[in-house]
Design a protein around this ligand. Structure first.
Ligand SMILES: *Cc1c(COP(=O)(O)O)cnc(C)c1O
Length: 439
């Protein structure tokens, strides 16, 4: 095999991926589909340049237009999230969290965050699990007490736990709200005063729900008392992959230093350009989109529950976000169900649920799956389509129908949802492959 053939094969595999997604129902809660305008920005020459530092104070020449775009991006982030300060340079949500750890704690300090089965992210995790907070910044991690019934952090138990930690001489330096399995708002406003009285810095990790917050349809962490909010730019927010931090002005300097030089050198300028376009779309379409996302998530949850699925959070109406969690242990485990659905072009992920670790389960074979509707909503699906998706899932998971029966129906169903909605361009196909070379 020569290099040219290998190149052709690589590009062919990428095209095959595009074709597959054209024909699939994408339900990964942390994913979305960016608009053609975002994809154009990402394909630009910005991605080949360096611009270390802050706009106007760069370490490199050649940044005339890059500075203008980055300023627009930061301005938009401040407007969309009603924040005094924004830094759009974090190259991912993990890097945004690392910047907060670096700016507001020292190795050996303690952070309180959610455990993974109760929704926490690996970037909040302990060293022994190779979690970023423990492994990279040397933080000790304690977990928020969790109410399984309410599927959120337990306020009174958290106060007791923190008082005990203080009495033991291990007060938390940072309280990290937010998470990856995230059905209901976290009690930021209920705990902010208590935490601030004890000099605990509050960060809200809005990686998953940033697009809902941008649309004004979830909690509003900065108004509820969070000192800063970190996020990914590509989950319910519909930008390219990356991170953003917003905060009060008084935290601007430590955050800027923690991003550069602390945690980045190149900051993926094509993605900054894409984030700017995505935030401009948020101004225009963010509210309508966020409302429909939440309606769709609720409808999918109710439809699955009607078929007999054990959807978590029943007492509270299953979800107030873009995602739902289903205990599928009656039909297999999360790992095998994920595979069965993937064969039918229904793409979601297995999920550790509260209590799984204690029951001896692990991330390969957890009891649940997580289902998210950010991408199908962006493709124009509404409540009726959620009922159809629930029926497809039932056919695969409960009825154990054959792939040859379900797959053609899934492909047929998807044919009507090939454009990105809530965007200024409505002509280009969502998964259109951008061809630059002739091979
Ligand atoms: C996805 C996620 C992250 C990581 O974001 P990346 O952009 O993938 O680095 C951080 N925190 C939470 C809660 C997440 O769900």
């Amino acid at each position: 095999m020569n290099g040219k053939e290998i190149q052709r094969d690589i590009l062919k595999l990428i095209r095959e991926h595009h074709d597959w997604f054209n024909n699939s129902i994408p339900l990964i809660a942390s994913e979305n589909i960016p608009s053609p305008a975002v994809r154009e920005a990402v394909a630009s020459d910005f991605g080949n340049r360096y611009a270390e530092g802050w706009p106007g104070e760069r370490v490199y020449a050649g940044c005339t237009y890059i500075d203008k775009v980055e300023n627009i991006c930061n301005d938009l982030a401040r407007v969309v999230f009603k924040a005094e300060f924004a830094d759009c340079r974090a190259t991912s949500g993990v890097v945004a969290n690392l910047a907060i750890y670096s700016a507001f704690s020292n190795p050996g300090d303690t952070m309180i965050a959610s455990s993974i089965p109760t929704g926490g992210h690996i970037s909040h995790g302990k060293k022994e699990h190779s979690g970023t907070a423990g492994l990279v910044h040397g933080l000790m991690i304690e977990h928020f007490p969790f109410s399984k019934e309410n599927m959120t952090i337990d306020v009174e138990e958290t106060k007791k736990k923190i008082n005990n930690m203080i009495n033991d001489g291990r007060p938390p330096k940072i309280a990290m709200f937010g998470g990856s399995l995230f059905l209901f708002p976290h009690p930021v406003k209920e705990l902010a005063e208590f935490l601030h009285e004890k000099n605990i810095y509050i960060n809200y990790d809005g990686a998953h729900v940033a697009g809902l917050i941008a649309g004004g349809q979830f909690q509003d962490p900065l108004r509820e008392g969070a000192d800063s909010m970190t996020m990914s730019s590509h989950k319910t927010l519909w930008g390219p992959q990356g991170g953003i931090i917003v905060s009060a002005e008084k935290y601007a300097e430590p955050i800027k230093k923690a991003i550069f030089p602390g945690n980045t050198s190149s900051h993926h300028l094509h993605h900054v350009a894409g984030k700017a376009v995505a935030l401009a779309e948020s101004l225009e379409f963010g509210q309508d989109y966020a409302k429909q996302v939440i309606k769709n998530a609720k409808m999918l949850a109710y439809s699955l529950a009607n078929y007999g699925f054990k959807v978590l959070g029943e007492k509270r109406g299953y979800t107030e976000s873009h995602q739902l969690a289903v205990d599928v242990s009656n039909y297999g485990d999360g790992g095998t169900i994920e595979k069965e659905l993937e064969r039918c072009n229904i793409i979601l992920n297995r999920q550790l649920l509260p209590g799984d670790i204690k029951e001896g389960r692990n991330y390969l074979h957890p009891s649940g799956v997580r289902i998210g509707v950010p991408e199908v909503t962006r493709l124009g699906m509404k409540e009726n389509e959620m009922q159809e998706i629930a029926t497809f899932i039932k056919k695969v998971v409960i009825d154990k129908q054959d792939v040859s029966k379900v797959l053609p129906k899934v492909i047929e169903f998807k044919k009507d949802f090939q454009k990105v909605h809530y965007a200024f361009d409505d002509k280009t196909s969502a998964y259109q492959y951008i061809q630059l070379v002739n091979i």
